[in-house]
Write a protein that binds this ligand. Structure first.
Ligand code: PMP
Length: 400
């Protein structure tokens, strides 16, 4: 019975926040979970979100169930945001879009689709990747293996390793790609490398499966951050794209996202959508409405849409500025001549510091800096006031 159930280990990412809460040191810093903080290190609710919520309150929305596929206005807005409204995949109605429980739930629904309709097909995931990817595919009983991605020697992309592993995978595999701002490394392929990645995926008849958790949040531009996905779509390939509004609209707890399946015909898209709904029904029946309405209101209202873009630029800009300041502080303090420029080259909310597990432990145990054990820090949780302190911690941990 329940007596025999053993204790589960804490989650490697969310568990960090629990440890942080228990620490009473005044200099403690939580760089574990990827959540945006203001310069005062407080959570941030976007102004456009508050405005959209006011509009929703004024219009007296009800709390009836959504259809299984989610809010129609949201699904339209989210697919258009991703591909661009004038994209032929949208025009030709080749995208099956279903609202999901944020990025995670959308990935999980896609995994269920793969498990049911592509039995035995493998998902290739980058080494390393966001920790939850493995959990999702394991629980959905979808086999996965890793392709080389991170090169510890250069703290950069192992592009040749990546290409040869994708080439070596069985034909018709799913290749999970981070649309932008790779988590945890912050290392993205260049536009030229994306073209080559698309070439091998096409050659091998693989199906690209994008995880887009940071559209607009990485570069500050919605279009720029979607360019990898749009490149693949422009080649007429079938693809999967999971989206999340946790970061770019700060809707972490609203659990709003979507799964998009680009098919080769409108007819196939209709059929795929019907199967996604069938998979969702016994899992959670239908998705929550609040976040979907916020997104639909923000994207559907030109004034709010523009304001959102400004707020995203502001958030992305703050992260870029602490990235620069951290780099400057480290360079000023480190007299060894080590090249730290990889910190500047990384994109998005994370920096992969290159610290190993023991060094990451030192960051936490000695310096009260909470981070994941793979050496990842969330710059979204860093203020410019704490950059010097963090630089001291990193240098001490790196050389001791
Ligand atoms: N994929 C990646 C790569 C992520 O970094 C995240 C957020 N940490 C997600 C998906 C999904 O997060 P959520 O379920 O909150 O949308």
């Amino acid at each position: 019975r329940f007596e025999s159930i053993t204790m589960a280990p804490p989650d490697p990412i969310l568990g960090v926040s629990e440890a942080f809460k228990a620490d009473t040191h005044e200099m403690k810093l939580n760089l574990g979970v990827g959540a945006y903080r203001t310069e005062d290190l407080q959570p941030y609710v976007l102004n456009v979100v508050k405005k959209a919520e006011n509009l929703m309150l004024e219009s007296g929305e009800n709390k009836e169930y959504l259809p299984i596929e989610g809010l129609v206005a949201f699904n339209k807005a989210t697919a258009e945001l991703l591909f661009g409204a004038d994209n032929s995949v949208i025009q030709q109605q080749r995208v099956a879009t279903v609202q999901g429980l944020s990025g995670t739930g959308s990935l999980r629904l896609a995994a269920a689709l793969i498990e049911r309709y592509f039995p035995g097909a493998k998902v290739l995931i980058s080494s390393p990747t966001w920790g939850n990817h493995k959990n999702i595919f394991n629980d959905a009983k979808v086999p996965w293996s890793e392709y080389r991605y991170y090169d510890p020697k250069t703290v950069g992309l192992d592009f040749d390793g990546m290409i040869s592993d994708i080439k070596a995978a069985p034909e018709g595999s799913f290749v999970l790609l981070h649309g932008c701002a790779h988590n945890p490394t912050g290392i993205d392929p260049t536009p030229e490398q994306w073209v080559k990645i698309a070439d091998v995926i096409e050659e091998k008849n693989h199906i690209p499966f994008f995880d887009v958790a940071y559209q607009g949040f990485a570069s500050g531009s919605l279009d720029e951050d979607a360019s990898s996905v749009r490149l693949f779509a422009s080649r007429g390939m079938e693809l999967l794209v999971a989206q999340s509004y946790s970061k770019n609209l700060g809707l972490y707890a609203e659990r709003i996202g979507a799964i998009n399946v680009v098919c080769s015909s409108a007819d196939a898209a209709t059929r795929v959508k019907s199967q996604l709904k069938r998979l969702a029904r016994p899992m959670y029946s239908n998705p929550p409405v609040h976040g979907a309405r916020i997104v639909a209101n923000v994207v559907g209202n030109p004034v709010l849409f523009n304001e959102w873009k400004e707020e995203m630029k502001m958030m992305a800009g703050r992260i870029k500025s602490v990235r620069q300041k951290l780099y400057d502080s480290i360079c000023a303090k480190d007299k060894t001549g080590k090249d730290w420029s990889y910190i500047l080259k990384q994109i998005g909310m994370f920096s992969f510091t290159g610290l190993n597990k023991a060094q990451s432990d030192n960051m936490t145990n000695k310096w009260h800096v909470y981070m994941t054990k793979d050496g990842r820090i969330s710059l979204a949780g860093l203020s410019s006031a704490k950059c010097e302190y963090l630089a001291d911690a990193i240098i001490d941990s790196f050389y001791n």
